[in-house]
Write a protein that binds this ligand. Structure first.
Ligand SMILES: Cc1cc2nc3c(=O)[nH]c(=O)nc-3n(C[C@H](O)[C@H](O)[C@H](O)COP(=O)(O)O)c2cc1C
Length: 466
């Protein structure tokens, strides 16, 4: 789960419980930089950095971002440069080191397995993030949000420290323009590292039978397994395949065209995990009965003690879910990506129109920016949630801006890493959740609004496999 929510603490707890704990690779460079500026109170990030293969890199990162005792109250976080097709060497080093630290900490002190989640559409930092995770011995790379066809070969190359390239979509450019391939060289980060790392498995997160079939048919694109994610899952969801239709709340309407043909995917011979409303013992039981190897669960873990959501968000969600008052809507406009994004209606967050309209638009993280070819024939980046003048100047259309939320700032804020704005105002958070809250309700049942651990979730789910 995204941006700090499934951080190393949650992944470690799940992994210690015998399951695959997964860390989020999204904006991991910013997450490390901000944790260091918050003083790294328990020394975890510094301990992980001390294990990074190149101590020259670890030293400059500490120099640039670590603040003993943490930022003074009301002080802004220092900026982290934004990724481009040719990111600055130090940004690449920071990204590699940050992914290394997250996986290293998730794996520390036990022999369980740990995965890394990356989104294919956040392409610019992807190779550096995956490489850092591989250096720390990540066991699986789970890739969703786009076609993951290039990832198996990328992972194979990175585990051998070979130069790789990845396709970057540049709107308005033809492939013959030569902008679309972004190189990444492990040697530019760690020139002396030669011993091959273990190649992690690649698990493709898909919502379409055709995509799964296409990937499995070609040895170059074949993943090691599939996560099939239905539309009630938390986070981003695949858009409906049919024509654009919305219900009274503006939510996308799905129909039978969106149902995957599970037997056809199982017949491809790769292990399959089901996701989206499977976070209960009954969910696991039904997935196993359908022939799946297991389930991928987000929502039930998202509100447990070890998740990276702020304690106040977790307490609010558990209380609202327990009383049956938590509304989760699929918002087709919120995400700058254009994909539907599930938003929990939680007080004091951007789901409240008075809070979202009061936010002054600023784009200083740029994780969801997309590349386009400018009138001058150069590659530039834009995001429909960035300030209006900048977006329109870059050729973006006003209609694309309506209802967009700066997910970069909002999701970091939901993990307690929100930027401070002039006047000491902290960026407001946004909470994503799946629609099926029954796991959260069952686990908080005994003590309404009370906490539960990741191990409680695992034990609860496993009763469905008994
Ligand atoms: C808070 C939250 C954040 C999520 N972020 C991501 C993400 O960044 N990348 C991703 O592939 N899936 C993400 N997901 C989806 C989960 O990985 C998982 O597939 C999904 O939650 C399963 O459905 P469930 O929510 O009904 O358990 C997120 C889910 C939640 C609840």
């Amino acid at each position: 789960m995204g941006v700090g929510v499934s951080g190393w603490r949650l992944a470690r707890a799940v992994s210690r419980s015998g399951q695959l704990g997964v860390v989020s690779g999204t904006a991991i460079d910013v997450v490390l930089a901000r944790r260091l500026q918050d003083g790294d109170p328990d020394g975890d990030m510094r301990r992980a950095l001390a294990a990074f293969p190149d101590q020259r890199i670890a030293a400059w990162i500490l120099d640039a971002y670590f603040i003993p005792g943490g930022r003074p109250v009301g002080e802004k976080y220092r900026p982290v440069p934004r990724h481009t097709l040719a990111s600055a060497a130090r940004l690449v080093e920071l990204t590699v080191a940050a992914a290394f630290c997250e996986v290293w900490l998730a794996k520390e002190g036990h022999a369980g397995t740990v995965g890394l989640n990356v989104l294919r559409k956040i392409e610019l930092p992807l190779p550096a993030t995956v490489y850092g995770a591989i250096l720390a011995g990540v066991d699986a790379v789970l890739v969703g949000a786009g076609n993951p066809g290039e990832i198996p070969a990328l992972v194979t190359g990175l585990a051998r420290h070979e130069d790789v390239t990845i396709d970057v979509r540049v709107m308005g450019a033809r492939s013959s323009d030569g902008f679309g391939r972004m190189p990444f060289s492990p040697k530019a980060v760690l020139p002396d590292t030669t011993v091959a790392c273990a190649r992690p498995q690649v698990l493709a997160v898909v919502a379409s039978t055709d995509l799964a079939r296409g990937l499995a048919q070609d040895p170059a694109t074949r993943p090691d397994g599939f996560v099939i994610e239905g539309e009630i899952a938390g986070g981003h969801n695949a858009p409906p395949r049919g024509p654009h239709r919305e219900d009274d709340y503006g939510q996308p309407i799905y129909d039978e065209r969106d149902e995957v043909d599970l037997p056809a995917i199982l017949a491809l011979g790769l292990p399959v995990w089901l996701a989206g409303g499977y976070g209960t013992p009954e969910g696991l039981r039904s997935a196993l009965a359908l022939g799946a190897t297991g389930v991928q669960v987000g929502t039930t873990f998202a509100f447990c003690d070890e998740s990276g959501f702020t304690p106040s968000i977790k307490a609010q969600v558990r209380t609202l879910a327990g009383s049956g008052d938590l509304v989760v809507r699929s918002d087709w406009r919120a995400s700058p990506t254009g994909f539907p994004f599930r938003v929990a209606q939680v007080p004091d967050t951007l789901s409240d129109p008075s809070i979202s309209s009061a936010r002054k638009s600023v784009c200083d993280l740029g994780v969801l920016r997309t590349a386009y070819l400018s009138g001058k024939g150069e590659v530039d980046f834009r995001c429909p949630a960035e300030p209006e003048t900048a977006y329109l100047r870059k050729g973006g259309r006003e209609i694309n801006r309506t209802g967009r939320v700066c997910l970069c700032n909002a999701l970091l804020a939901s993990a307690g890493l929100g930027q401070v704005r002039p006047g000491g105002v902290v960026e407001p958070p946004l909470v994503t959740s799946g629609t099926d809250l029954s796991g959260v309700v069952s686990l908080t049942g005994a003590a309404p609004g009370g906490g539960y651990t990741a191990a409680d979730v695992v034990n609860y789910l496993l009763t469905g496999a008994a």
